[in-house]
Every structure is written in structure tokens, then in C-alpha cells.
Write a protein of this length. Structure first.
Length: 176
């Protein structure tokens, strides 16, 4: 598809491990995101904040493209309504060998070219999404996505935390 995948480098790396393991390199979760999305059976959860301050968490279909995380949601869902009021959120996933939480700001993608390109990526993973201007349509989606059309969001990454579940072990936070 000709997508450019450049390496985002953290500005700060902080070792959170209490057992003597060295800090983990950002390349470890990043490479897992590159290789495991969109084809691996991964469940991503986005955490948002309701207008009254209470938390909300829901599963989303997410992919890593062009060194960024993208996810979808119907405009009428609680998570989309929360993001419209406060775009700050976190997205968590268990990757092979590392649990990862990504924190940042969800920005709605409205560029039809980017939406079309991401529809191709979702198709390669088995979801028959079609771009319709600045939204997705498809014969189906997860029940938590709400009815079509679906919006595409890009997470502007600010911080990530990884906890290794396989050798080499460790726990690290990265600031971007």
C-alpha cells in the first residue's frame, strides 16, 4: 500500500522495574504492534472520561499504521461522545510478550484519503470496511461500535507504559 512506517522515538524512557531488569526499548511494543495488527486476534480497550468525571472503557477495533494507533467508533456511542467533550484517553492491549497502555489525545480523522487507506488495512485483517468520504461503512462491526457509519480516530501518543510478560522481563514508561 506504500504506507510509510517511520520510527517514533520517545523523548524520555523511565525504568519502572523493581527487580533489576533494564528498561525495555520502545521498539519492543512498537514492533509487536506493527506485526500483530491488523491480523492477530487482539482486543484493544479505550478508556475515556464521561462529562461527570466517571471513567468509561470499551473495546475498539484498532490498528497500528504509519507509526500511529487508529481505532473506530460510532458517533453515537458513549466513547465517541466522551471523546467529543474530552479527547484525552488511553488504549490498552495485551500483545505477545508485553502488556501495553498508550495515553494521548484521540483526534478524529476526516481526510478521505487516510480513511480509504485505513479501510484497506482493516480489510487485510478481515473486517470488510469501506470508506465513504470521512467515515467507514461495513456489513457488520462489533456491537460496542454502534450502528454505521463509524468514525476513525488517531491517537496522538503522549505516553506509553509496557510490562513484559515474557523474557526479557521489565516494566518501562516512554514519553513522546
Amino acid at each position: 500500500m506504500g504506507m510509510k512506517d517511520t520510527m517514533t522515538s520517545p523523548s524520555t524512557t523511565r525504568n519502572l522495574d523493581r527487580y533489576g531488569h533494564p528498561a525495555l526499548p520502545w521498539s519492543r511494543p512498537r514492533d509487536a504492534l506493527v506485526s500483530e495488527t491488523p491480523t492477530a486476534d487482539l482486543t484493544f480497550f479505550v478508556a475515556t472520561v464521561r462529562p461527570d468525571g466517571r471513567p468509561h472503557s470499551a473495546g475498539v477495533g484498532a490498528v497500528w499504521v504509519d507509526d500511529a494507533l487508529y481505532f473506530t467508533s460510532g458517533p453515537g456511542t458513549r466513547k465517541s461522545r466522551n471523546l467529543a467533550e474530552n479527547p484525552t484517553c488511553s488504549v490498552s492491549v495485551r500483545l505477545t510478550g508485553i502488556d501495553l497502555t498508550l495515553e494521548g489525545t484521540a483526534e478524529r480523522v476526516t481526510d478521505p484519503e487516510t480513511v480509504a487507506r485505513l479501510a484497506e488495512v482493516y480489510n487485510s485483517g478481515g473486517w470488510p470496511a469501506e470508506a465513504d468520504g470521512d467515515v467507514f461503512t461495513a456489513p457488520f462491526s462489533a456491537p460496542s461500535a454502534g450502528p454505521p457509519p463509524w468514525h476513525l480516530y488517531r491517537l496522538a501518543l503522549r505516553r506509553a507504559v509496557g510490562v513484559a510478560t515474557a523474557e526479557p522481563h521489565g516494566a518501562t514508561s516512554w514519553e513522546f
